[in-house]
Design a protein around this ligand. Structure first.
Ligand code: AMP
Ligand code: ZN
Length: 506
């Protein structure tokens, strides 16, 4: 019954923040996609807003794989150099946290890196080809800075600074000249231009930092922006394809990376690129710069400085499966702001549960059969158009909200070959990463850590209640429902897909 799928696969179009336009993805190296993602500064736990940035980068990577590119993905771990202000003011975030917790900076970095990786796993974010740790690259950072220092930098008592007037079109990514960008940058004594930034921060005389290295400009530590330029160039080679980060990075961090990359490429090639436009791919480091918008929360709990902030672990402790949060992210386009609410998370959980349960019903039928199948494989006339629509939506600047609705259409299909249906779901889920074929329905129940009643107890009461209802003994059925309610268990019955379900309140 199967017929060949049409050869037509839509081109992948992605929004380039540099040009503020959708562009066809044309890889630098044929058949490959090289992606660098700005990773966390590991001085504290990530909040769920930070994790939105990695869900986005993960969907991008999975989409590139789905489209047939060989993916090389790097995510860095910033364990030195990120100051409390994104421009050059304030203290090193890690130094500050280390003294607050009375721990070594290395212990701080290790602890929060592990916590970040735990969130990465919980959200089913694929491991990148490489986690690059900033402190492993200090010699390369010094070499990079030496390469550009003469033509682009000047030295002050506090460090080596990059002179942004030495590169063409500085701040184009941020639209700094026309928008509010520069107004936010704090002044440092002696800087030639407010936007100039530190490449190397000297340790002040008489002080000692926990993390410091010798350099031609004295003992000190690298600037945060330098780290990403060096690691991305070293691991992926300039120019590479895509650089990602949260939208805040569009204003300072990425314009500064771009300025350094321009200077470096000029030094390497002697091309005099100060005369050339910034969006010449070879000079910006990456061809495409992509940014996810923010996850926001009305009460301001998304800011780490607010004390109590929203961590993924908090969601898990309240009984929500972390993949419900992943689905919540996918329900919005990555370039739209997304507002977090517990109701929204609950709705995402129910949506996930419906899909998982519908899939589980089929799984019983085809248990043991291999689902390994390329998305480009021949699909029957029933599935080929759906796969095409899925491809079209995800190729349209990662339109996950639409892709999800196509997936749900497949999940809802009746009277089709269950094996092929599951294969189609698997192909789509390889992009969306919801683990629909492996997640256990039981794990999707809301069950806060603080709950005392066991699942076995709940199930036992529910069994008695079902028997009572079967015998049309509604008085007993209601009494058992009240007994559960008194123990914090809410029973939701009568749903065609979800059937008899319960959730535990706090
Ligand atoms: P940081 O650890 O502060 O360097 O941030 C890690 C990543 O999270 C960066 O890509 C930020 O741009 C991004 N980010 C920060 N806050 C949010 C938020 N509320 N929503 C989405 N992304 C964010
Ligand atoms: Zn970065």
């Amino acid at each position: 019954m199967s017929e060949p799928q049409s050869d037509h696969t839509p081109p992948l179009r992605l929004f380039n923040s540099l040009t503020r336009q959708l562009e066809d993805f044309v890889p630098v190296h044929e058949g490959e996609a090289r992606v660098y993602t700005c990773g966390p500064t590991v001085y504290n736990y990530p909040h769920i807003g930070n994790m939105r940035a990695y869900v986005f980068a993960d969907v991008l990577g999975r989409t590139l794989s789905f489209k047939g590119y060989k993916l090389s993905h790097v995510i860095n771990i910033t364990d030195v150099g990120h100051l409390t202000d994104d421009a050059d003011a304030g203290e090193d975030k890690l130094e500050k946290q280390a003294s607050r917790e009375a721990k070594s900076i290395w212990d701080i970095a290790r602890h929060y890196t592990e916590a970040y990786w735990a969130d990465i796993r919980a959200l089913n974010i694929r491991e990148p080809m490489q986690w690059s740790i900033a402190t492993d690259y200090v010699p390369q950072m010094i070499a990079f800075a030496e390469r550009i220092a003469a033509a682009h930098c000047y030295e002050l008592d506090s460090g080596l600074y990059f002179d942004v007037s030495t590169v063409a079109d500085y701040g184009r990514l941020a639209r700094a000249a026309t928008e509010e960008g520069e107004g936010r940058i704090e002044q440092v004594d002696g800087k030639r231009h407010p936007a100039d930034f530190a490449i190397w921060r000297k340790t002040p005389p008489g002080e000692k930092r926990q993390m410091e290295w010798d350099s031609p400009w004295g003992r000190g530590a690298p600037g945060w922006h330098l780290e990403c330029s060096v690691m991305s160039g070293a691991l992926l080679g300039f120019p590479f394809d895509i650089h990602t980060g949260g939208i805040d990075h569009r204003e300072i961090h990425h314009p500064n990376e771009i300025a350094q990359n321009q200077a470096f490429v000029e030094a390497e090639r002697g091309c005099g690129c100060a005369d050339l436009a910034l969006d010449v791919p070879a000079h910006s480091g990456a061809k495409l710069w992509m940014h996810n918008n923010f996850l926001v929360e009305r009460s301001g709990k998304m800011s780490k400085s607010s004390g109590e902030f929203l961590r993924l672990q908090l969601l898990i402790d309240k009984g929500y499966h972390p993949l419900a949060y992943r689905l919540m992210c996918l329900q919005a386009h990555y370039r739209s702001e997304l507002e977090f609410s517990w109701e929204g998370l609950g709705a995402a959980l129910v949506r996930l549960k419906r899909m998982v349960m519908a899939v589980a019903a089929h799984q019983a039928v085809v248990l043991g059969e291999s689902l390994a199948r390329s998305p480009k494989a021949a699909w029957s006339a029933k599935f080929a158009p759906l796969l095409d629509r899925f491809d079209a939506s995800i190729s349209d600047d990662l339109n996950t909200p639409v892709a999800l609705t196509v997936l749900e259409e497949v999940v809802a299909l009746k009277r089709v070959d269950p094996n092929e249906k599951l294969a189609a779901i698997a192909a789509m889920d390889a992009v969306l990463g919801l683990n629909l074929l492996t997640v256990d329905r039981q794990d999707l129940r809301i069950r806060p850590k603080s709950a005392t009643i066991t699942e076995a107890e709940i199930e036992a009461i529910l069994t008695r209640r079902k028997e009572a209802r079967a015998a049309r003994d509604f008085a007993t059925s209601d009494a058992l429902r009240d007994e559960l309610a008194a123990k914090g268990v809410e029973v939701m019955d009568g749903d065609a897909v979800l059937g008899w379900e319960w959730k535990l309140g706090e």
